[in-house]
Design a protein around this ligand. Structure first.
Ligand code: PLP
Length: 488
């Protein structure tokens, strides 16, 4: 194996850059400013390039291969997004600049707000939240403020289907709600009887993901929303799966009161290690006053000679600021670019492509894998990763074996209501050939599971590291690099 740290290739006196002779007088730094000399690797430029290139190849990314991580919408991030986000007028503005010097940035934020409203059917929006989970937190705080404002402080029950993403109960509990689970019926929809049985005068709302985490459109969605509204509750839409609905269904039109977007899922801004997220929250009319402040608004309407003058406005009963400055502006530029590149017609094609790809892939593998709920899926589907004929094999083994075939594993063990879940989301950006190659790998693995189970049990075989202790990696995180003893 090659060297693991850059210190191991360090050689005394070797340098990457030679500075010209100093042409100003040298001064001793005051003693109070002198820090302990840190150990530095002594390497050439080529050493550095090879070292970091080698490390970068150890990672799997959407730019290197198929990444069907269900619920995460790991679509390709077009490179033009990076070009626009780096334009100096966007990249070099300071968040404390006076508003008359950042009119272009505010115009972009205002138009992005407008487009997201048009896409979703809501009436008001904040771009501040830093991620989907943060958007949920903001959403449930708004729901709480709404009920409190009406003198209904008793409404502290948040209903959450048992298929929900873990962030839903977490956001609710953090905002002081009691989390009440709602069952899923045999068709993968919210169980209406279960919902009715927990709807009473203490209900604050329901957090609903549509399509849900089984990848299925909530067939009774209008009835579900009606039941919750009838009980005086609000419906929160978890918008993580909006990719399946773009240009086809608007959550606001369905009667959903409030919803977060994940710009890093639906609108292609980088995801995971690639950059910060962005989780705007849209609301219907009756919740606009509670939005976090400030919001970008038009201070002076456009005239014949001048474009509109933008500034920040404060909603009347705002829950307050929930993020430093105005959120992750660079992500807004990327999402804005993505939406403009697709345009009005293209937006709908995203959803159509995502749903078609998922159904095609499901059709290719369903003879050898049990589909959790047999229905046409939306943008993703869930398989059960186990067979009675291969009793030792678990979803985890299938996931690890896929890495040997050069694919990122799908999400596993979520949603929790499916045994040995493998949740697969191909997205619209993958080609037919890629889907077929992935299906081939899954089918081969199904055969291996029966004939050569050891291959799965010991997988992955070709990756730089094998099976990790994921709990230890999360709980015992080592963030600083290794420093050799002799340099300490
Ligand atoms: C990704 C996701 C979330 C949380 O979004 P983050 O941006 O990761 O915080 C919530 N719900 C569902 C269904 C998701 O897929």
């Amino acid at each position: 194996m090659a060297e693991s740290t850059i210190f191991e290739i360090s050689s005394p006196g070797r340098v990457g850059v030679k500075y010209p002779k100093c042409d100003v007088p040298e001064y001793e730094l005051p003693k109070t400013l002198v820090r302990k000399q840190l150990p530095m690797p002594e390497v050439s430029e080529l050493d550095v390039i090879r070292h970091f290139t080698r490390l970068s190849k150890m990672n799997y990314s959407i730019d290197s291969g198929f990444y069907p991580l269900g619920s995460c919408t790991m679509k390709y991030n077009p490179k033009i997004n990076e070009v626009t986000a780096r334009l100096p007028g966007f990249a070099l503005t300071h968040p404390l600049q006076p508003v008359d010097t950042i009119q272009g940035n505010l115009a972009l934020m205002f138009e992005l707000q407008d487009w997201l409203l048009e896409i979703s059917g809501f009436s008001g929006i904040t771009l501040q939240p830093a991620a989907g989970a943060h958007g949920e937190y903001v959403g449930v705080m708004i729901i709480r403020a709404y009920h409190d404002d009406r003198g209904e402080k008793n409404r502290r029950k948040m209903l959450i289907p048992d298929s929900a993403h873990g962030t839903n109960p977490a956001s609710s509990a953090m905002s002081g709600f009691e989390v009440v689970p709602v069952a899923t019926d045999k068709n993968g929809n919210v169980d209406i009887e279960s919902l009715k049985s927990v709807c009473d005068e203490n209900v604050a709302g329901l957090m609903l993901t549509n399509p849900n985490t089984l990848g299925l459109f909530e067939q009774n969605i209008l009835e579900v929303i009606h039941i919750v509204h009838d009980a005086g509750g609000l419906v929160y839409g978890d918008g993580a799966n909006l990719n399946a609905l773009l240009g086809i269904v608007r959550p606001g039109d369905l009667g959903i009161d409030i919803m977060h977007f994940n710009l890093h899922k639906t609108f292609s801004t980088p995801h995971g290690g690639g950059g910060p997220g962005s989780g705007p929250v849209g609301v219907s009319k009756h919740l606009i006053d509670f939005l976090p402040s400030p919001i970008v608004g038009i201070i002076e309407e456009a005239s014949e000679d001048f474009p509109p003058y933008y500034g920040f406005v404060e909603p009347k009963k705002s829950i307050g600021r929930i993020k430093s400055f105005n959120g992750h502006f660079g992500m807004m530029v990327r999402a804005y670019t993505f939406i403009s590149m697709y345009g009005k017609e293209g937006i709908r094609k995203i959803a159509e492509g995502a749903v078609l790809n998922a159904n095609y892939l499901m059709a290719l593998v369903q003879d050898k894998y049990k589909v959790a709920i047999k229905r046409p899926c939306m943008h993703e589907f869930v398989l059960e990763g186990h067979w009675s004929t291969a009793p030792d094999i678990h979803a985890l083994d299938i996931a690890k074996r896929l890495m040997d075939y050069n694919f990122h594993p799908p999400t596993n063990y979520f949603p929790l209501i499916v045994p040995e879940a493998l949740m697969i989301e191909p997205t619209e950006t993958e080609s037919k050939e890629t889907l077929e190659n992935f299906a081939d790998a899954l089918l081969k693995i199904a055969d291996e599971a029966k004939n050569e189970p050891q291959l799965l049990k010991e997988a992955p075989h070709n990756t730089p590291v094998g099976r990790l202790d994921e709990v230890k990696a999360a709980k015992d995180l080592v963030l600083c690099c290794w420093i050799p003893d002799n340099l300490n």
